[in-house]
Design a protein around this ligand. Structure first.
Ligand code: GLC
Ligand code: CA
Length: 530
């Protein structure tokens, strides 16, 4: 077993992503805030989590809801103050919960003072902190690169006649990571937060940070390319996925390793191939501690498909490296909708998988109660991407609707009478308070699963091994004495196991002794120890 004691807290732990705008509002403006998160720490401690990934709370004009940063070392007044953040970090620490912040290094807001200066003219001190280029002779953009959010990735700056690059919105100019000044500025930013007791970062689009130095045209997409690239017609190899991004991540790892308790670097490694994901782990010790596995996120909730991704991931990971498993985040439809179609039995199976694989699970707020996507009409839209592509793509607001804490006006998210920034949906259908009172709720199941994982060496850090099982089922061993078996099909199926059921999606099965074989009802999962 390669897990050192120092890593046990997060290898064996469960992380929880908070989208702060939608978690808990304490000052009655319909927007979640830092004091709201601090107020819910006892709930999170009872859930049993070890860490929080906080989506951005830094200063932002909210063109992309926090992912357009105007000051990397300041808290957005809408969320509170730096003192509120310090309070959250220390109060969480008292409960054994560490905080990861969200680092957005690919681009800033166009209102960041660096860009305001850069835009002031070709000789500005920060001009080459961003990616500028002359138009083609006919005045068109410098090359054929496209924005992930639609249209050309270049925006003309009328004053200077040059274009600047934006892989996302035009209000999110890309930083020029070839610049030593940019690198130095970010060294100071990561230290600023780590010195304050923040335990690491989730790193936004870390595969895109650096661009081809010659700004070469992207080649046409071909049939084997990912669907989004086929739709755009181009394979994004020159404005994305450049090998030099690894140097930057390794530089931060070196800084992290200089701390007594090294902070974690977890990347938003949104790549299509597991082999590409593995590159972000470096040699297993010198780059990211973990990268989100989008191949798994994008798989269907289907035994064979998921087992294959897990087996391939396990086989490809460098020695000593640790997987990260997720089913939902603020950019993709929630797992209860996307994977489970609202079926609670399927939600429980999905949670059982996430919480029993070898690796650190990241739950997204609401996953623990089986929360589905919220109802969003065109008039509710806040996400620029949804506004642009409605009705073909409704954007990311459905997975960002507020957390339903109770079946009350405002859902316990905000005060009665206050309109939340995004619609609540119907808190009667699914909320924390009702589930806390129900031993058979999804929340009760999630709590048992997390507690079971914390108390079992096998589940916390034991190796993963697939076991033979019928089509539509998935069985795996964790460590020496623990077996997980799931029936992910519509008919009853037998699985082989011997021992005692210590956890099940069907609570009444817990405590049952199993001798050799067990017939599982459709969409049922068990953990058995011998
Ligand atoms: C990441 C974020 C997403 C954001 C994008 C641009 O993918 O998760 O929310 O829009 O980066 O910053
Ligand atoms: Ca508020």
């Amino acid at each position: 077993m390669s897990t050192s004691d120092a890593d046990r807290w997060w290898h064996g732990g469960v992380f929880y992503q908070i989208y702060p705008r939608s978690f808990a509002d304490t000052n009655h403006d319909g927007v979640g805030d830092l004091p709201g998160i601090t107020a819910k720490l006892d709930y999170l401690a009872d859930l049993g989590i070890s860490g929080i990934w906080l989506s951005p709370v830094t200063v932002s004009p909210d063109r992309d809801w926090g992912y357009d940063v105007a000051d990397y070392c300041g808290i957005d007044p809408g969320f509170g103050t730096l003192a509120d953040l310090d309070t959250l970090v220390s109060e969480a620490g008292h409960r054994g919960i560490r905080i990861l912040m969200d680092l957005v290094p690919n681009h800033t807001s166009d209102q960041h003072s660096w860009f305001v200066d850069a835009r002031s003219g070709p000789d500005a001190a920060h001009r080459d902190w961003y990616v500028w280029a002359h138009p083609k002779p006919d005045g068109s953009p410098p090359n054929n690169w496209l924005s992930v959010f639609g249209g050309s990735a270049w925006e003309l700056d009328e004053a200077s006649g040059q274009y600047y690059l934006h892989n996302f919105e035009a209000q999110q100019p890309d930083l020029n990571w070839w610049s030593e000044d940019v690198r130095g500025a970010f060294d100071a930013i990561v230290r600023f937060w780590w010195d304050r007791g923040v335990s690491g970062f989730r790193i936004d689009v870390c595969n895109m940070m650096i661009k081809d130095a010659e700004l070469r045209d992207n080649p046409p997409a071909t049939e084997g390319d990912p669907l989004d690239q086929q739709l755009m017609g181009l394979r994004a190899v020159y404005n994305s996925d450049r090998p030099e991004a690894h140097d930057i991540l390794q530089r931060w790892r070196t800084i992290a390793d200089g701390y007594e308790t090294p902070p974690l670097l977890i990347g938003e490694t949104n790549v299509e191939q597991l082999t590409t994901l593995m590159e972000f782990y470096g040699d297993g010790r010198n780059e990211l501690h973990g990268g989100f596995n989008f191949v798994f996120i994008n798989a269907n909730l289907e035994a064979e498909a998921m087992r294959r991704v897990v087996e391939d991931t396990e086989a490809l990971l460098p020695e000593g490296a640790w997987p990260i498993w997720t089913g939902s985040n603020h950019d993709v439809s929630r797992l209860a909708t996307r994977w489970a179609g609202g079926d609670v039995a399927k939600v429980r199976c999905a949670l059982l998988i996430l919480l029993t694989l070898r690796g650190t699970p990241f739950l997204y707020q609401g996953d623990e109660i089986g929360l589905t996507d919220g109802p969003i009409f065109q008039s509710d839209l806040h996400d620029a991407v949804g506004i642009r592509f409605w009705p073909y793509y409704k954007g990311r607001d459905p997975e960002r609707t507020p957390m339903p804490w109770s079946n009350t006006p405002g859902g316990g998210f905000t005060s009665p009478g206050v309109t939340p920034w995004l619609p609540m949906g119907d808190p009667a259908a699914c909320n924390v308070a009702d589930q806390e009172a129900d031993v058979d709720s999804v929340l009760a199941f999630t709590r048992r699963a997390i507690a079971g994982r914390r108390h079992s060496d096998d589940l916390a850090v034991g190796p993963y091994r697939s076991l033979p099982s019928p089509t539509g089922t998935w069985a795996y061993a964790r460590g020496e004495r623990t077996v997980v078996a799931l029936n992910m099909s519509e008919r009853a199926q037998p699985v082989e196991a011997t021992g005692t059921i210590v956890l099940s999606t069907e609570r009444t099965l817990e405590g049952t002794a199993v001798e050799g074989a067990l017939t599982l009802a459709p969409w049922t999962g068990v953990v058995i120890t011998s």
